[in-house]
Every structure is written in C-alpha cells, then in structure tokens.
Design a protein around this ligand. Structure first.
Ligand SMILES: CC(C)(COP(=O)(O)OP(=O)(O)OC[C@H]1O[C@@H](n2cnc3c(N)ncnc32)[C@H](O)[C@@H]1OP(=O)(O)O)[C@@H](O)C(=O)NCCC(=O)NCCS
Length: 205
C-alpha cells in the first residue's frame, strides 16, 4: 500500500502535483501552507512548521515553484521528512534516467536516456530534458522549455517558460533564463539572462 503524500504549498503548483499523485493512485490527504490564500480544492492541514507531526504517516513533496523557497524548506526538514517523487502518467522517463527525491515531472514532459535529475527539481508541463543532461538540486525547467543533449544545469537554476538550451552547454548555479530565452554558450555568472540568444540582464537577487 503506497504511503500518503502531503504537499507543502497549496498554490497552483502544489495543486498540479496533487492532481499528478491522485491520478496515479496515491492518496493526498492535504496540504501544509502558511498563507490563508490557498487555491480551491485544498484541504490545508496546517502550517509548514507542522510537517514533523505527520512524518510517520506520510511522505511529503514541496509543491512550490520558486527554487530558493523549495530549497529552504527542503533544508529545514532534511533528515526529518521523507520526500516522494511525482511523475504524471503521460510523462516519459527513459529507463535508467535518474530522478532525485522530492522531484516532480509534469504532464507531457520527457526525460531522455542517461539524464540525471537532482533532488527537489521540477520538470514542468511538456518540458524536455534530453539525453545525458545533468540537473543539480532545486532546478526548475518551466513548461515547454527544452534542454538538448548533454546540458548541465547548476543548483537552483530556472529555465523560464519556452526557453531552450543547445547541446553541451553548462549553466552555473542560480541562473534565471527568461521566458523564451535561448542559451547557446556556457553561463558562468549567476543572474538573469534574457533574449535570443540570451544576454546578461541582472545580478542574482
Ligand atoms: C526574466 C524574468 C524573470 C525577469 O523578471 P523581472 O526581474 O521582474 O524583470 P522585469 O519584468 O522588470 O524586466 C526587466 C527587463 O527585462 C526584460 N525582460 C524580462 N523578461 C524578458 C524575457 N523573457 N525576454 C526578453 N526580455 C525580457 C524587460 O522587458 C525589461 O527590459 P528593460 O529593462 O529594457 O525595460 C521574467 O520576465 C521572466 O521571463 N520570467 C519567466 C516566467 C516563467 O517562465 N514562468 C513559468 C512559471 S512555471
């Protein structure tokens, strides 16, 4: 009997993860969220700090799209909570590809052979991660974004919606690639990059 999964974060991203888990037969008793303004159809069980109360009866997944926030929560509960993965039934994950704990793969996404996805990553709706890519922890590949083969993404990097990265490129930790941005060279400096091809916009916040 698979364990229940409680979702930390009751906004849109968390609700998408709840749908993925429920449609694959897992029970989601509810959400933990510090804010009163939660989305519809959310059964909020308590605040984030309440998570350890449920640790013996459920696994957890952090349903928050912002990479830094996801990292802060994961680090706060490291070694305390057990983290589940969530993979939509329409996603394709090649045999042998690796998906770290707490990571989510949304509908229509593809993770190809030899890819290694770290912990607490998000491969969002219809994104693709091609062969032999290596994604560090807390990476987010937004809807429709494309990584060609052998791309390396550093910790916490966010590829915006519809972005693309050509093959063999390495992007350092904590970069933001704006919506529709195309990366054709290695990026060695944390910060925000936009355009086609991308250019540096602003230093990391
Ligand atoms: C790149 C991004 C993070 C910048 O956000 P921001 O820091 O609030 O920046 P602003 O909106 O103030 O824009 C700053 C400048 O960058 C430009 N810019 C912002 N995003 C851009 C983009 N995707 N492509 C080209 N230019 C962009 C703005 O036109 C503005 O230019 P200016 O300084 O010449 O006026 C944001 O625009 C973006 O693309 N986010 C991705 C959203 C996404 O993928 N969501 C999916 C969630 S699952």
């Amino acid at each position: 009997m698979p364990e229940k999964v409680i979702i930390i974060g009751a906004g849109g991203h968390g609700r998408v993860i709840a749908d993925i888990l429920r449609s694959s037969g897992r029970e989601v008793p509810g959400f933990l969220d510090d804010h009163a303004t939660c989305g519809p159809d959310t059964n909020v069980l308590g605040k984030v700090e309440d998570a350890p109360r449920f640790k013996d009866s459920a696994e957890f997944i952090i349903g928050i799209g912002d990479n830094k926030t996801r990292m802060e929560i994961a680090e706060r509960f490291k070694g305390v909570l057990r983290f589940a993965t969530a993979v939509h039934k329409s996603a394709v994950i090649a045999p042998g590809a690796v998906l770290g704990e707490g990571s989510a793969v949304m509908a229509g996404a593809v993770v190809n052979v030899g890819a290694v996805i770290g912990s607490h990553c998000v491969i969002n709706t219809s994104a693709s991660v091609d062969h032999d890519c290596a994604l560090s922890d807390f990476v987010h590949v937004s809807p429709g974004a494309r990584l060609a083969g052998n791309v390396t993404l550093g910790k916490g990097t966010w590829i915006g919606i519809g972005g693309a990265v050509i093959n063999d490129v390495t992007i350092c930790p904590w970069c933001v690639i704006g919506a529709g941005g195309v990366v054709i060279k290695n990026l060695d400096k944390p910060g925000t990059y936009v355009g086609v091809p991308v250019s540096f916009k602003a230093a990391d916040r």
